[in-house]
Design a protein around this ligand. Structure first.
Ligand code: CP
Ligand code: NVA
Length: 303
């Protein structure tokens, strides 16, 4: 039987997401009630980090522990990956010693090569092209705050990065629309989206993209791995800050999300991220809950 991986958002069907979301509600409630829930006793998650992380490491490590299992942290610096061991060999070896693997790395091709040599499910904890766990948490957070996301409008203001590509795939799966505004020179790479994808509209003006949106989201202007472009990006993204004026063009009850870490005064004003429409702390917490449901599903199947 083919192994189920979660390498990009489009790897799961709507039905699978509905299951994971339903399980997230149950698992989150148990956590809030201090009710032990240990379906993954004796199971091990290996986490491989080739880039920095706070939320992803913490949510996977705490989540696996809370499910009764163990999590092991590896990074490039301390492991043989940093000394050039082929990812295909790493996939063979690691997957013989554990039950599930999470990887944060650079190119999507790296995680795909790893997964094709793995005997166990592999989860994308962020690549240059995708961040599906974060968008799963974001969709769950929207549903918690505002109900079904189907038919709604999500405004994406800023860089055409890993978060945006996962949002565009989520729009296909859940049937919502993305209003996208990126500065010139930082547009969507058409090679990274499906030709059939019609669930987005491009806007030159970021304020126009916010008009009527139910959710406004942004992210850093310089993602990990692109640090050398920082000065050029700061200049090019001038005007793409999500501030109160832009939020006022969205629906009166629109919410604001940011996957974090954030730079106040660059991609978002302090007034917005620390204001009443911001749900960023719920969004961060929900990484824990959705990923516990994801781990449960990938290791044990539908319960
Ligand atoms: N949002 C997110 O993935 O955060 P970290 O980089 O801290 O893991
Ligand atoms: N787009 C950002 C997300 C960080 C969680 C990055 O890749 O650095």
């Amino acid at each position: 039987m083919a192994i189920k991986h979660f390498l990009q958002f489009s790897d799961f069907t709507r039905d699978e997401f509905e299951h994971v979301i339903e399980r997230t509600h149950v698992i989150k409630q148990k956590f809030k009630n201090y009710e032990p829930y240990h379906p993954l006793v004796d199971r091990t998650l290996v986490m491989v980090f080739e880039k920095n992380s706070t939320r992803t490491r913490l949510s996977f490590e705490a989540g696996m522990h809370q499910l009764g299992g163990a999590a092991i942290y590896l990074n490039t610096r301390d492991s043989q990956l940093g000394r050039g061991e082929p990812v295909e060999d790493a996939g063979q070896v690691m997957s013989r010693m554990c039950d599930i693997i999470m990887i944060r790395t650079f190119g999507q091709d790296i995680i795909e090569r790893f997964a094709s040599h793995s005997r166990v499910p592999v989860i994308n904890g962020l690549t240059n092209e995708h961040h599906p766990c974060q968008v799963l948490a974001d969709v769950f957070t929207f549903i918690e705050h505002r109900g079904p996301i189907e038919g709604k409008t999500v405004a994406w203001i800023g860089d055409a990065n890993n978060m945006l590509y996962s949002w565009l795939q989520a729009a296909d799966t859940f049937g919502f629309h993305c209003n996208v505004s990126t500065p010139k020179g930082y547009e969507i790479d058409r090679k990274l989206i499906s030709p059939a994808n019609r669930n987005f509209t491009l806007f030159d003006n970021p304020g126009d993209a916010c008009a009527g949106a139910h959710l406004v989201s942004t992210d850093v202007w310089t993602s990990m791995g692109y640090e050398e472009e920082n000065a050029a990006r700061l200049a090019a993204f001038d005007g793409w800050i999500v501030d109160q004026a832009k939020m006022e063009r969205a629906q009166p009850d629109a919410i604001f999300m940011h996957c974090l870490p954030a730079h106040r005064g660059e991609e978002v004003s302090a007034e917005v991220i620390d204001g009443p429409q911001s749900v960023v702390w719920d969004e961060a917490e929900n990484r824990l809950h959705v990923q516990k449901a994801l781990l449960e599903y990938l290791v044990l199947g539908k319960l």
